[in-house]
Design a protein around this ligand. Structure first.
Ligand code: GDP
Ligand code: IMO
Ligand code: MG
Length: 422
């Protein structure tokens, strides 16, 4: 059996949580492979809204197995908050959620270091989510990290050693902090975490595959935030691309089946860094307002702009996308004209592929398409789509060379149209 991967093609918040939930009935196992509580995946169904950070978005459906893979970084305090709030709304996770022993732990001092590094960068700050993601992956790569499995062996020694190293750095940075409350909460949360089933997730997943069970890997962030291929250094610290599912779960590359690439009908970004099609006018403001573009976790306002086909083509290439999913089409329902960026003008030179540096001097070259000016939020079939919307979809498919197989017309689970056309 193959594993399918669903991941973001832009700067995150494309709607991954919603679609993983929609696709969950077709799979036996849902697994997160990278990122951590920097993610905020929103699901809306039955008149209720849920935001998931570390827990896979398959957790609400029946008896599906959900796995937090080795590539994820886990903060026990935030995990406990998330898990307890789900339990309070009647979703008991303990039998259905398995956690890799090889996932790295976000220590309280990682969070403090995240803030300290950002403060030290001043105007050059990344605009991180402040969840300790960068410092935790740094310790993983430099071979100093503490893993979930360490909770069961020699934990105190490993924790104290890493904490002491962090305190040295914080002293050198002359950064003021108070660890007492954070640490007490964290220590209590690791006891809670130990109540879950901690596994060798690579063994477990490959066993599922060998017994013909289907697995959906859920990405976090988006391709333009990938540490290798995103707008470095304004990126996150993990590989968000499809290859990340191999390293983040122990799945071999030849096991990858479909790669679902998800994108908004326009584009958003939260945090600092280049964004060639960003709008600073009332059109961008309307997108923000109509799309409720505020961070699911931090509440930060998301920057908005037109769809960027140069970046999308690049993302499709590095991920090997086989199916596209377009989200938030309804947000453009009232627009007179829809613009799509098909190339960049960089200091007078036209690029139809991603240049090395998009920080400065990039002017998007747009194609204008007529808006559909129709409320699409109640549509249930593609037969109801207005002509201009179909023209937009066809234009995107032609430019991108991959079919759009799902179209989302609202935040609810039910506002999702699966297209027949292959
Ligand atoms: P994720 O991080 O990729 O899971 O996405 P987020 O949950 O951070 O952000 C997506 C936001 O858009 C959430 O508030 C969703 O409820 C909302 N959303 C998802 N699909 C649609 C859609 O088709 N239309 C509208 N209007 N909102 C949507
Ligand atoms: P989901 O999974 C949008 C951004 C931050 C910042 C940069 C680095 O919900 O799509 P980090 O805390 O990871 O070190 O921050 O990455 N970022 C996201 N933006 N959606 C996310 O996750 C993000 N996770 C991180 O805003 O610019
Ligand atoms: Mg999000």
């Amino acid at each position: 059996m193959k594993v399918d991967v669903l991941l973001g093609l832009q700067w995150g918040d494309e709607g991954k949580g919603k679609i993983v939930d929609v696709l969950t009935p077709e799979y036996d196992v849902i697994a997160r492979f990278q990122g951590g509580p920097n993610a905020g995946h929103t699901l809306i169904f039955g008149g209720k809204k849920y935001v998931l950070r570390s827990i896979p978005s398959g957790i609400f459906q029946g008896d599906k197995v959900n796995i937090i893979g080795n590539g994820v970084v886990l903060d026990p305090s935030l995990f406990r908050e998330e898990a307890e709030s789900l339990a309070a709304s009647g979703h008991n996770l303990k039998e259905r959620l398995l956690i890799s022993k090889k996932a790295h732990l976000i220590l309280p001092t990682h969070r403090i270091l995240d803030a300290a590094y950002e403060a030290a960068k001043g105007d050059d700050k990344v605009g991180t989510t402040g969840k300790g993601i960068g410092p935790t992956y740094t310790d993983k790569i430099s071979r100093n990290g503490v893993r979930v499995g360490d909770l069961l062996h020699n934990f105190d020694e490993k924790y104290n050693k890493l904490k002491a190293a962090h305190e040295e750095i914080l002293k050198r940075l002359d950064y003021d902090y108070d660890l007492t409350e954070l640490e007490a909460q964290w220590m209590s949360a690791i006891e809670y975490l130990k109540e879950f089933t901690l596994i060798d997730s690579e063994e477990e997943i490959n066993r599922y595959l060998a017994s013909e069970k289907s697995v959906l890997c859920e990405g976090a962030q988006g391709t333009m935030l990938d540490v290798d291929f995103g707008s470095y250094p304004f990126v996150t610290s993990s590989n968000t691309i499809s290859a990340g599912a191999c390293t983040g779960l122990g799945v071999a590359p030849n096991r990858i089946g479909e790669v679902f690439g998800i994108f908004k009908a326009y584009c958003t970004r939260v945090g600092e860094g280049p964004f060639p099609t960003e709008l600073f006018d009332e059109v961008g403001e309307s997108m923000c307002e109509l799309g409720h573009e505020f961070g699911a976790v931090t509440g930060r306002k998301r920057r908005c702009g037109w769809i960027d086909l140069v970046a999308l083509k690049y993302a499709i290439m590095v991920n090997g996308v086989t199916k596209l999913i377009m989200m938030k089409s309804d947000v453009l329902d009232t627009f007179e004209t829809i613009k799509a960026c098909v190339a960049y003008d960089v200091d007078g030179v036209e690029y139809d592929y991603m240049p090395y540096d998009i920080t400065e001097g990039v002017t998007p070259i747009y194609v204008d398409l007529p808006g559909w000016k129709t409320d699409m939020t109640k549509m249930t079939s593609e037969n109801e789509f207005p002509e201009e919307f179909n023209a937009y979809v066809s234009f995107l498919e032609q430019e991108l060379g991959v079919n759009i197989s799902i179209i989302s017309v609202g935040p609810d689970r039910d506002q999702t149209i699966i297209r027949d056309a292959e």
